[in-house]
Design a protein around this ligand. Structure first.
Ligand SMILES: [Zn+2]
Length: 294
């Protein structure tokens, strides 16, 4: 029996605080979940973060008629997994992640009262139940699913899921598709080169299809295009970081280059962090990163 995959894009929840420099209300980014399935069983990835998202995704998954054995989480950022407990309970599934991602999940839980619960309503209880799997491999109806640890991309300890029989990589936040990248945490690793190295690791798997953690649902999953566009976005960001003196100028210039990209709040959060650290080198970097979202 061959495997198939399908993607569900959850709309971002409303955002509780503030407006963007161009006057738009703040928002979030659409979150993509992938259902990889055989004749009876299925594996779900990155199940989103609000109670509403869990219900919408769960109903869609239930409609597939498959038995969800595992829920794989690509990295520790809460928007990819705070709802994992609800979905795991609904489907009786195991939650799987790398040891690095599990450590990052603890950071995300600690940041809930400072950041996530301030910015977004209706995030459910988020117990960390994820487990690692031996050699970063598990199976679905006899087909291999391989986890690759790719290091820092939009945060530390990103991982991706490679399904060779589908020529598919579920890339989490290493590759983006029609949505602004979160650049803020590059201040913790000296710039964007670690992210470029992570992209190279995905490209080395030679996928035909890439499901990005954040994507515009109008767009396809073409690996070559999404990888090239993510590389170009990082190059554009580096160029504009050189030439623009303020976060607002950087934000406006990126919006001009990417007028159709979703999630300008994510662009602004990153710009605030990058220029916040540049302009206030003595200040607490963690506080600067959080402030960018609020
Ligand atoms: Zn994300």
């Amino acid at each position: 029996m061959t495997l198939t995959y399908d993607v569900f894009i959850n709309e971002p929840p409303s955002h509780n605080t503030g407006v963007l420099p161009n006057g738009e209300a703040k928002g979030g980014s659409p979150v993509a979940s992938t259902l990889i399935y055989g004749s009876e069983d299925a594996v779900l990835t990155d199940p989103g973060f609000t109670t509403d998202q869990a219900h919408a995704l769960g109903d869609w998954v239930a409609g597939s008629g498959r038995n969800v054995t595992d829920i794989f989480v690509t990295h520790g950022h809460g928007d990819h997994w705070f709802a994992a407990g609800l979905l795991a309970e609904r489907f009786g599934a195991r939650v799987v992640a790398t040891a690095g991602s599990i450590a990052q999940m603890h950071n995300a839980v600690a940041a809930r009262p400072l950041l996530w619960d301030k910015a977004y309503p209706n995030i459910p209880a988020s117990p960390i139940t994820a487990v690692t799997v031996a050699d970063n491999r598990f199976t679905l109806e006899g087909h291999d699913l391989a986890i690759f640890e790719v290091g820092h991309a939009d945060t530390d300890d990103n991982s991706v899921l490679h399904i060779p029989d589908l020529e598919l990589v579920v890339a989490g936040d290493v590759i983006y598709n029609g949505a602004h990248l979160y650049l803020g945490e590059s201040v913790l690793v000296g710039g964007l080169d670690p992210w470029r190295a992570a992209i190279d690791k995905v490209a080395a798997l030679k996928p035909r299809h890439v499901v990005c953690g954040h994507q515009n649902k109008q767009l396809d999953d073409d690996a070559e295009r999404t990888i090239a566009e993510t590389r170009r976005y990082l190059d554009d960001a580096d160029e504009l970081l050189e030439s623009k003196d303020t976060a607002v100028d950087f934000f406006n210039a990126m919006v001009e280059r990417y007028p159709d990209h979703l999630a300008r709040t994510v662009l602004w959060a990153g710009a605030s962090a990058l220029y916040g650290v540049r302009d206030h080198p003595g200040d607490d970097v963690g506080e600067i990163l959080v402030a960018g979202w609020l």
